[in-house]
Structures are given as C-alpha cells and as structure tokens.
Design a protein around this ligand. Structure first.
Ligand code: DAH
Length: 339
C-alpha cells in the first residue's frame, strides 16, 4: 500500500492545471467523497494494527500535498487573471471634454464686464411684457408699424400682452422704479415675428444701456461708446455716428465700427463701405422721461441698444445667425470659455 501511495504522490506531483475546471476535477479525483484519498482511508481500516500508524501518516501527508497543490494552482490562476484585467492604474484617465461657453454668453459677459468697469449696473425685465413698457412709454405712436402683427408676438388674443421685441422695455421699468442718477445695462432675450434666415431670427439677444442724470450730454454718450468699441474690438477700431431715428431718443444715431476684415478699405462683408453697423443710440426723448414720471427739465440722459448676435458675428466672423441656435458641436467647440 505504501508503494501505491508513493505512486499517487508522483502522479499528483506531475499534474499541471490550466483552468479552474481542471483544478476542480483534480480536487474531486483525489479529495472528493469517492476520490482516491477516501478510498485509501477505507483501505487503511483493513490493515493490521501495526501498519496503521505509518500508513495513516503517509495518507495524511498525501492529502496535505494534494490540498497544497490545489491552493498553489488557484493562487496562480488568480494572479494571472489579475494581470490580464487590471489596467495600469497609475496612467491618467481618458481626457474629459470640458465644454465651452456659447458665443452669445461669452460676448454678453464681455459686454457686462466692459460696462461694469465704468460703473454700469445690470437690470433685467420680463420677457412677457405689456404694450406700455415695450411701445407706449417709449414714445411709439399708437399706429407705429413696429407694433404690427408682422413684428410682434402677441400672447393669446389680448393685444396688450406680448413678447418684448426690444430690451428698451427694461429702460421703462428702471425709470419708473429707480431715482436718478441711473447708469445701467440690460442684457436679455427678445422676440420678433420674423422668417428665420442667415440674417434674421425670431429669437435673439440685445443689451440696452441707459444713463440718466443732470447735465448728461451727447458727448458723454459718444465717449462711452468709443470706450466700449475699443474694449470690445481693440484699440485700433474707428467709430462713426450716423443720424438715425428711434421714437424714444432725440437726436438718434447709429454707430458703425471700421470693418476689421478689410481694415476699412472695403470688402464684401462691409459691402465695400469700410464700415459695419453695430448699435443704435441717442439722447432719451423728453417724452419718455415724462411718461415715466421724471422732470425732463431737470434730467437728461442717453440710451443705446445693441444686438449680441451682431457683436459676436463681428468678433468671430460668423456669417449665419442660425448657427447660434442649431447647437452643432462642431460650431460650439470652437469657442473658449474664458468668460
Ligand atoms: N431698441 C432698438 C432696436 O431694437 C435699439 C436701440 C436703439 C436701443 C436706440 C436704444 C436706442 O436704447 O437709444 O432696434
């Protein structure tokens, strides 16, 4: 029997396991209920008393040897599978796409920052407005074409409730609620009933500016806008004011900046004029001050309004307004998020 045990020792020693299944088969073969080791113990019982001790010890050694082999193979397989599956945890992770601000947000924030530096506060008004704040208090005559169904989105059947077509409406809220001196800008969304094209959209953004105090002059307006243009477009930029008309300002003007693409020489972007229109402005009409409860004899002021899409177009040379709303990542990813 001892010889038989030695033979089994050898046999078990030669065994090599490649998989968990093979180790399990090995275990069942030797240690399982009907396996080799229990059979040896059965045999042991029939041995004469004198041989039982040494043979029993030998069988126990064999049993331990086999258990040891099983542990050894299991350990090896566990170590191997770790090497295969574990990535190098010291490597940096895959890069995250941090995202970028929308160009409209970037330009809006820059405009706010530029005017904040010279003491302008920020004020906001509702997007759903009444006729008074958008038109009447801003000196639009009752039959003014801008109030037409063509331009204005009305809410339901009530002609008094509408989506604001201009952030100039915030002027009226501020003038009604705040005593001068007033120095504020109002960024916000506006809505117009326009067919969507490369040059027009039914939703866009404006920034309104308002300055009211005693002795405010057109020269103050001009200098403020020159400061803005230089901060936004660079020191080299040239500006000019052209006479214009808005119901709520008198006199009114539009400001052009020199075309950056051609340096003022003339190109297809500036339609060979060398100039690009950037905003509307003027001295607040005395009627507006009166409508909102201020004494036009005591106070004067200026106002201006610009389209954020327009400023962003000029800054980034964007040719099509629709790009702002399409959320195409190829477009959006081009803008950095400094602001
Ligand atoms: N609200 C005007 C528009 O939407 C822009 C504007 C022009 C605003 C002149 C002003 C201004 O405050 O003085 O076209």
């Amino acid at each position: 029997m001892l010889q038989n045990i030695d033979r089994i020792f050898e046999e078990a020693g030669r065994f090599r396991a490649g998989s968990r299944e093979e180790i399990e088969q090995f275990r069942i073969k030797y240690l399982g209920k009907k396996g080799v080791i229990p059979a040896l113990f059965d045999e042991l019982r029939q041995l004469p008393a004198g041989e039982k001790k040494t043979t029993g010890q030998k069988i126990n050694e064999l049993k331990q040897f086999i258990s040891g082999r099983i542990d050894e193979f299991m350990g090896r397989i566990a170590a191997e599978s770790e090497v295969v599956s574990a990535a190098d945890l010291t490597l940096p992770g895959p890069p995250l796409q941090p995202g970028a601000r929308h160009p409209i947000s970037i330009i809006r924030n820059q405009i706010i920052e530029i005017f904040s530096r010279i003491g302008f506060t920020i004020s906001e008004g509702p997007e759903i407005e009444d006729d008074w704040h958008v038109f009447t208090a801003l000196n639009f005559p009752p039959e003014h074409p801008a109030k037409d169904m063509q331009d204005t989105f009305f809410i339901g059947k009530d002609p008094d409730i509408l989506l604001r077509t201009q952030t100039s409406s915030v002027q009226v809220h501020v003038l009604e609620n705040q005593p001068p001196p007033i120095r504020t800008i109002s960024p916000g969304r506006v809505f117009r009933n326009e067919a969507i094209s490369a040059r027009a959209h039914c939703i866009f953004h404006q920034v309104e500016g308002l300055y009211i105090d005693e002795n405010v002059s057109f020269a103050d307006l001009k200098q403020t806008l020159l400061y803005f243009a230089r901060e936004m477009f660079g020191e080299e930029i040239a500006t000019r004011l052209r006479p214009s008309y808005f119901p709520f300002t008198e006199p009114s003007a539009e400001m052009d900046i020199s075309c950056q693409l051609c340096g003022g020489k003339g190109c297809n972007v500036c339609k060979y004029t060398g100039w690009l229109e950037i905003l509307g402005c003027g001295m607040v009409d005395p009627n507006v001050l009166e409508f909102t409860g201020l004494d036009p004899e005591k106070y004067t002021g200026y106002a201006f309004g610009m389209g954020i899409e327009r400023v962003a177009m000029l800054r980034y040379q964007i040719r099509d307004l629709r790009l702002y709303f399409e959320n195409d990542l190829r477009f959006l990813e081009q803008f950095c998020s400094a602001y």
